[in-house]
Design a protein around this ligand. Sequence first.
Ligand code: SF4
Ligand code: MG
Length: 330
Amino acid sequence: ARNLVKEFPIRSGGLIRRQVGAVQAVSDVSFSIAEGETLGLVGESGCGKSTLARVALNLIPATSGTVHFGETELTGLPARRMRALRRQMQLVFQDPYASLDPRMPVSEIIAEPLRIHDLYDSGGRQQVRDLMRTVGLKPEHGNRYPHEFSGGQRQRIGIARALALRPKLLVLDEPVSALDVSIQAGVLNLLQELQSELGLAYLFVSHDLSVVRHIADRIAVMYLGKIVETGPSEQMFTAPAHPYTHALISAIPLPDPRRERARERITVVGDLPSPADPPSGCRFRTRCPKFAMELSGEQQARCTDEEPELVDRNTGHPVACHFAEVRSLL
Ligand code: SF4
Ligand code: MG
C-alpha cells in the first residue's frame, strides 16, 4: 500500500446536504506485507486502523494512493477481476457472533463463500468437514447453529469460513478482542499454526500491543490516521522511539508485581482529538508526555509547526517524531 488516503465527507444537516468538510481517517499511509508474514497494526479505537484495513482490501475505495496485491494494482480494478482476486484476501471480524448468520447451520456458514464463488461441488461437503477439523472444531457439529458454540469456537467458525477460498492474505480485525483472555491464547495459537502450515500472510489489527507482540513479525503503530512508528516486533518493545509507542507499552501490565511497582507508567492524557480537525504540526502533541514534560519552548514550537515525517532517525526503524533520538526520561 502506497500513500493511502481515505477521506469521508462531512455534510451539513437539513434538506440540501452540502459537503462542508472532510474527515481524513487515513492520511498518507504506506506499508507492505510479505508472503507468510504478519504485520501487526496497533492503535487506539478511532485511529483509523479498521478503515485502513478495508481500504487496503479495496472493500472501500481509497481517496488517493495505490494498493498492489502481488503484481496487480487493486485501485480502479474492474469489478469482475476484483471478485476473482477477492478469494485470495479475506477478512475476519472482531465479533464472531455478529458476523455469523444465526439462522444458518455452521456447515452452511462455512460453505457460503464456496457457493458465492461457484466452487461448491460434489467435494464441498468433505471440504467443509476438513475446514472444521483444521480450525479445531468437530465436523459432526456442522449441523449446529452459531448460538450453540462458545465465543472462541465462533471465532474458529469465522476463520474456517475465511479459509474456505484458500486465501493468501487474512486481514484480522481485532480477532480476539471480544474473547476472554483465557480463550485468546487458543485462537492466537491456531492462527500461528495455520500460518506456518498454509503460508498465510496476516494483517493483524489490534488496539492491544501485547496481543500482537508474539504473533507479529513487524508492528506498525497508528495514531490519528498515520503510522507513527514501525519496525520488527521485538525492537518495538526493546527500543521504542515514539512517545506514543512508549505509552502503549507502559500501559501493558507486567506479570511480576515487583517489577510493576518499580516501573513508571507513562500515561497519555485526554481523548483522541477529532480526525476532522487534527492538531497542527505533530498530531500527537496535544497528548505527548515528552512534549509536555521534557521539551524546551523552542523544541515545542517545532512540534507545533512542523509535521514529523516517518523516517529512520538513527533509531534502527522509521519513526515520526522530531525528538525521537533525544534520550528521554520516558
Ligand atoms: Fe511528541 Fe514532538 Fe515527538 Fe510529536 S514530534 S511525538 S509532540 S516530541
Ligand atoms: Mg476498529
